[in-house]
Design a protein around this ligand. Structure first.
Ligand code: MN3
Length: 292
């Protein structure tokens, strides 16, 4: 749907103050009358009455990387155990600087803004939120850039963006590289035959993902591994494609400065910074707890 058509769909009927959405449970219980009363009794902030998301950044908010998947709203950037320049030359400081401080931070700001009034999901971890996106009200809202979308879509994109990038940073180390060991290594051999075949499958997955997106190693409930791709910031948990053990961000912002249009070269080079210790632990934890 074009932006113009989407905006044309914004009518007085849709113009519900976000504060009226203080919990999907309340809305589901009381139905349209609650929304109608809120509309009648409160001024509407958007130009055409569409609620505006207040995207105000909490300055300097960061959480230790080990706690990012246990954190509930408001979400924050994971503190990295390495400097942004430490992954050079595989990924330059300039690329990581924009990626971490601007792009990842923007997803967190967008997510926190979108969930300000949605108390029903504020106690959820980022993983639980992706498993329960249906709890988020689906009324149209407008963000700080003037984009109008259902609130649930804003949350899905920004929650995926936060989760995906948190996993991205955690999956790398300046001391990375080499080959996996332990249970993850055995699972890779079972699924692909050998490590090199899995690497090739990653490259082909990334090249086949012609737009912006991610290529993932996912596990099913029994721990069996496959490679899947997702567009944009979709996360395999939300799209029911398995549990993401790790993924490679193949949006152009992640490689264009360092590799130009050669996405395949970036994927091949990335294995020099992959942190198999983290990934092996994540796989082991998933096999015992079913989560991050
Ligand atoms: Mn990215």
């Amino acid at each position: 749907m074009t932006m113009e058509r989407l905006q044309n769909r914004v009518s007085r009927r849709d113009a519900v103050r976000l504060s009226a959405l203080a919990g999907a449970g309340a809305i589901a219980a009381t139905g349209a009358s609650t929304l109608a009363r809120a509309q009648d009794s409160t001024p509407t902030p958007g130009e055409d009455g569409t609620p505006v998301l207040d995207q105000t950044r909490a300055p300097g908010a960061q959480v230790p990387a080990s706690e990012v998947f246990a954190q509930a709203y408001p979400y924050s950037l994971p503190l990295l155990p390495y400097e942004l320049g430490d992954l050079d030359p595989t990924i330059s400081e300039e690329t990581n600087e924009i990626h971490y401080n601007t792009l990842h931070a923007n997803y967190i700001d967008g997510l926190n803004a979108a969930l300000q009034e949605v108390t029903v999901v504020q106690g959820l971890t980022i993983e639980e939120l992706l498993q329960n996106l249906a709890l988020v009200p689906n009324d149209l809202v407008v963000n700080s850039q003037g984009v109008v979308k259902p609130l649930q879509e804003f949350v899905a994109t920004n929650a995926g963006g936060h989760y995906n990038h948190s996993l991205w940073w955690a999956s790398m180390s300046p001391d990375g590289g080499g080959e996996p060991t332990g249970a993850i290594a055995e699972a890779i051999t079972t699924a692909f035959g050998d490590f090199a075949t899995m690497q090739e499958a990653f490259r082909l997955g990334a090249l086949g993902n012609t737009g912006s997106g991610w290529v993932w190693l996912v596990a099913d409930a029994a721990g069996a591994l496959t490679i899947v791709t997702t567009p944009d910031q979709d996360n395999p948990i939300a799209t029911d494609q398995g549990f993401p053990i790790f993924g490679i961000d193949n949006w152009e912002h992640n490689y264009f400065l360092d590799y130009g249009a050669a996405r395949g070269d970036f994927i091949d080079a990335w294995w020099d910074v992959v942190d198999w210790e983290f990934i092996g632990s994540r796989y082991d934890r998933f096999m015992t707890t079913g989560s991050s």
